[in-house]
Design a protein around this ligand. Structure first.
Ligand SMILES: [Zn+2]
Length: 259
């Protein structure tokens, strides 16, 4: 099992034991072993394109869409390499999506420069359940106002577990000046790959789809929702060792987009 430390469980490819990815750039300390997702799926053959088990590869359903708003992901390091992470689905559908890794002591320089770029109007997406930042909370209409002012609205999503997202929100001073946009929705999660604390807890791709929809990017939202459903169904079926023989309705819509 020791040998497993040096294999990426997603790709089953050997990786160098001492790459910079193995060390936290802030401290130089070795990163914690990636235990969380080793237990499941380590020995499944995965597609190099979509990283899903080969049994139900997602690649035929890959689709892109245009949107006025953009999505930036600030992803907790523990979340980055999990095959069940849905943040990467957003990047697949919206290629302008930016993905940053969060480190408490070393903010990403590119993120800092983008936050300072006047072309963008970034909103940090977070619940409005604490009083100490109430004056920064805005509604979805602020997205339309940003567009009217000629700026590109950006949904900055804190990608991790609820605890990790709260930590990112609280421990990142460069987010302190941003407006806070809570997602208000009656939608319940359709994510089946991890057990949510509550059905009201949406996964990252679902949050993005809902914000896009509410913010006026209905087509992009629909494509992302379909792609998320295809991912969810494909992955769940592979875990049961079942092959999906007939494409689902969402899969058929994605195939139709290719013409
Ligand atoms: Zn694939």
């Amino acid at each position: 099992m020791q040998d497993d430390r040096y294999h990426d469980p997603e790709t089953r490819q050997a990786r160098a034991p001492e790459t910079e990815l193995d060390r936290d750039p802030a401290t130089g300390h070795p990163r914690p072993p990636r235990r969380e997702f080793k237990a499941r799926g380590s020995f499944v053959e995965r597609c190099p394109g979509c990283h899903l088990p080969m049994l139900n590869c997602l690649c035929p359903y890959a689709a892109t869409a245009d949107s006025e708003a953009r999505v930036w992901l600030l992803t907790h390091p523990m979340e980055h390499h999990k095959p069940t992470n849905t943040g990467r689905l957003i990047h697949d559908v919206l290629p302008d999506t930016e993905v940053f890794t969060w480190y408490r002591t070393a903010p990403d320089e590119r993120l800092l420069s983008l936050l300072a770029d006047e072309r963008f109007a970034p909103f940090v997406v977070f619940p409005d359940d604490q009083p100490d930042y109430a004056e920064r909370v805005v509604g979805i209409d602020a997205v339309a106002e940003a567009k009217a002012a000629g700026r590109i609205p950006v949904y900055l999503l804190l990608d991790g577990t609820w605890r990790q997202a709260r930590r990112i929100f609280r421990k990142s001073p460069y987010l302190d000046a941003l407006p806070v946009l809570p997602l208000r929705t009656e939608r319940l999660t359709r994510y089946r790959l991890r057990k949510p604390a509550s059905a009201a807890h949406l996964c990252t791709a679902e949050v993005a789809a809902e914000l896009l929809r509410q913010g006026g990017d209905a087509e992009a939202a629909g494509v992302l929702d379909d792609y998320f459903d295809a991912f969810n169904d494909s992955y769940a079926a592979s875990r049961r060792f079942e092959k999906i023989e007939a494409p689902t309705a969402a899969m058929q819509r994605l195939l139709a987009r290719k013409g």
